[in-house]
Unconditional design. Structure first.
Length: 202
């Protein structure tokens, strides 16, 4: 199962935000308490070729930096192994935790390399920091999530286009790499997520 975790303060409606990201609406879905901590949501991404089931864990905290450090504890290894995205809803933008995120990335990459003799040197997920709940932030989160190569995908064999081949995708990636030489890091990141999104939705 593909899994992500969404973290934010109690006053932030994390469920509403993630429902907007996945364009999910269910008037019958209700949480059992006012706190969203511990909620588990089943959501899905759909492309022309795949359905991608995603399980969303919701958590709450008062201090994001402390929460990240707790996530790096040894006892949280099993959870880390399951995650492909960590969405941090930092609406106040008053926490300084860039160093903690760098350490978390390093840890996730190290542990990812240890899993099943994996040849990838980097973790195959994203830490996504969102600073608002408006449409621009929703689209930013959607773009980042769509850019992830999810571990579990359900092919839609009846919709496969014979004209879309591995060679076509490889050619697109080769062109992409040549264009990046004149771009800044931020521009590269935005370009990559945009192109991957287009490929998945072909």
């Amino acid at each position: 199962m593909n899994r992500i975790i969404v973290i934010g303060e109690r006053t932030v409606d994390k469920v509403k935000f993630i429902n907007n990201v996945f364009q999910f609406q269910d008037d019958d879905e209700q949480l059992e308490s006012s706190s969203q901590s511990g909620a588990v949501l089943d959501r899905e991404l759909s492309t022309k070729y795949y359905n991608i089931p995603i399980q969303v864990f919701i958590d709450e905290c008062d201090d994001i930096r402390v929460w990240i450090n707790e996530l790096m504890d040894l006892e949280m290894r099993e959870l880390r192994d399951e995650l492909q995205a960590i969405v941090i809803l930092d609406i106040d933008e008053d926490d300084e935790y860039e160093d903690e995120i760098d350490k978390l990335y390093d840890l996730l990459s190290k542990e990812h390399l240890e899993m099943d003799n994996n040849d990838d040197i980097q973790w195959d997920g994203e830490v996504i920091v969102i600073n608002g709940l408006d449409d621009d932030n929703i689209r930013e989160c959607q773009s980042m999530i769509n850019g992830i190569v999810w571990r579990e995908r359900q092919p839609l064999s009846d919709t496969l286009d014979k004209d879309t081949t591995i060679d076509t995708i490889v050619n697109q990636i080769t062109t992409l790499k040549s264009q990046h030489r004149s771009m800044t890091t931020d521009e590269v990141h935005q370009h990559v997520t945009s192109v991957v999104d287009q490929i998945l939705k072909q």
